[in-house]
Ligand binder design. Sequence first.
Ligand code: TRP
Length: 371
Amino acid sequence: MSVDEFTVTPWSVEGDVDYEKLIQKFGTEKISPELQKKIEKITGELHPMLKLEYFFSHRDLDKVLTEYEKGNKFYLYTGRGPSGLIHMGHLLPWIFTKYLQDKFDVNLIFQITDDEKFLYSDEKSFDDISKYTKENILDIIAVGFDPKKTKILIDTKDIKKIYPISLEIAKRITYSTVKAAFGFQNSTNIGMIGFPPIQAAPCFLPSVLEGKPTPVLIPAAIDQDPYWRVTRDIAEKMGYPKPAQIHSKFLPGLGMKGKMSSSIPETAIFTTDSEEIIDKKISNSFTGGQPTVELQRKLGANFNICPVFWYLRYFFESEKESDERARKCKGGELLCGECKCDLKDATKPFIREFKKKREKAKDQVEKFLFE
Ligand code: TRP
């Protein structure tokens, strides 16, 4: 681990992430109160994920909004590496992306990097990855994106759409640049080393589709930033606008530290989990509580490090309700068992509903695919 006690790359997040430091390290900008207001002016309300600073950092978001106000619409671009099933941590940025699509009434390109996940994984076959591609697409559709304004781009299937752009990009990026940005090593397979232009290409695809320079806004967790950094450096030389970003934090897993991860399934709630499993995972969750009830009553607990608290806050509670919970937690009025019960009661109907939408999505897949 680095001297900072945490590392963030597109393929792994370790340690206790200090988001302020990350802004400095990556050279992004914090979403200021003024910028929040500017968004609010257009959308008519401040989305809780902005207010709670779940989306906390950006590049050129202000520029994209200014252009939008002049009548120059942007495209949204986001994506998914199909390395496993979808858990609640994945849904947050997608829910926010749908909100942006609805409010700004804009097109969305959703890339599935099946190539990336095949290249990255030591054990998964291409068939395994393809199975996850199919499953993940159901989750994406279930979030409720507008089928008339959304295209899902599967890299290995739709490569023709992006290959010419990605070649233009690849020619302009050196090995030393990607090595520094992504931390590639001599032992990294050359597929991975050659992959970044494939994820960069959809940044410019809207300009190609529209036949004129078209701004792109990428909502994504901040671990994807290295891709955009190298893409931004070459965009203008290629005659395209620099892609703008709005970065989210990571949803904590139900374990102690780090983002919710499919590689530690006990600490992630999947959209396909049964109610028994959800109960069990939440019962076993880490919390910010004291070792005994007596101590908790006396000393209070720490909601800041408690995933149960953050799940309730991000998914299910108003700011007011959540602040009240924080107060009671700190004061020892509330025990962890009660919060876990509240989270179970909220999560089960949420997943039940989501599963219904996922079932319905099975008949809609065609509408979302490129051709
Ligand atoms: N690399 C991302 C992942 O592993 C998938 C992805 C492709 C993506 N394009 C994107 C994510 C654009 C966010 C925005 O999940």
